[in-house]
Design a protein around this ligand. Structure first.
Ligand code: SF4
Ligand code: SF4
Length: 190
């Protein structure tokens, strides 16, 4: 019997970019939809995870970048563990977010992207999460100054929020950020 040749010979430009960014081969997907069936957020998504993977395969950039799916994804990885083809769907979602920002495309849910940026900037600066600093940074990015103020006050009264950051273990985090920067620089010049 002749073995079928399963070598992937062509990819859409977007699938190629996703592969470079995440190491994930979306062409392995055979549309069983197990990822979509297990996704706890799929009810709110305009395109289910399996549909988004298919759109990437077909190079339908307009659908992928205009969809809210990747910005709603909570990175819970249920899809990743369910995929029989071992496509790490959660990683694909992350890759699409990175590509969206790199191409200068406005995220369909800007608040989520602002949250990611605020968290990352905060951890980079303090070495770990400093909630009050992150909240201020988020509010300055979203202009939602009064949102959740009541909840914040409640947490503050219960001693859940510190007003001074702890830089404990920060050196290790700073080292990680420096290393990632070096890797990214190397990847860009390669
Ligand atoms: S990682 Fe995202 S797409 Fe996958 S199951 Fe969780 S929320 Fe859904
Ligand atoms: S579970 Fe895997 S193979 Fe099935 S549709 Fe999702 S990505 Fe494709």
């Amino acid at each position: 019997m002749i073995e079928p040749d399963l070598t992937i010979t062509s990819r859409s430009q977007l699938a190629e970019e996703v592969l470079r960014e995440s190491g994930q081969e979306v062409n392995l997907c055979y549309q069983c939809r197990k990822c979509a069936a297990g996704c706890p957020i799929s009810y709110a998504m305009d395109y289910k995870p399996a549909q988004l993977i298919h759109a990437i395969r077909l190079g339908m950039d307009d659908i992928v970048f205009n969809s809210k799916t990747v910005w709603l994804c909570s990175s819970c990885e249920t899809c990743t563990t369910r995929c029989p083809q071992e496509v790490d769907v959660a990683k694909v979602m992350d890759a699409v977010k990175i590509i969206t920002l790199r191409r200068g495309i406005k995220p369909t849910i800007p608040r989520v992207s602002s949250f990611h940026k605020a968290v990352l900037a905060n951890v980079k600066k303090c070495g770990r999460m400093f909630e009050v600093g992150m909240m201020i940074s988020l509010k300055l990015r979203t202009f939602e100054f009064f949102k959740d103020v009541g909840l914040g006050m409640k947490m503050f009264r219960k001693g859940k929020l510190k007003i001074i950051p702890s830089f404990k273990g920060a050196r290790t985090t700073w080292r990680i950020f420096r290393r990632v920067k070096r890797i990214e620089k190397g990847n860009r010049s390669a």
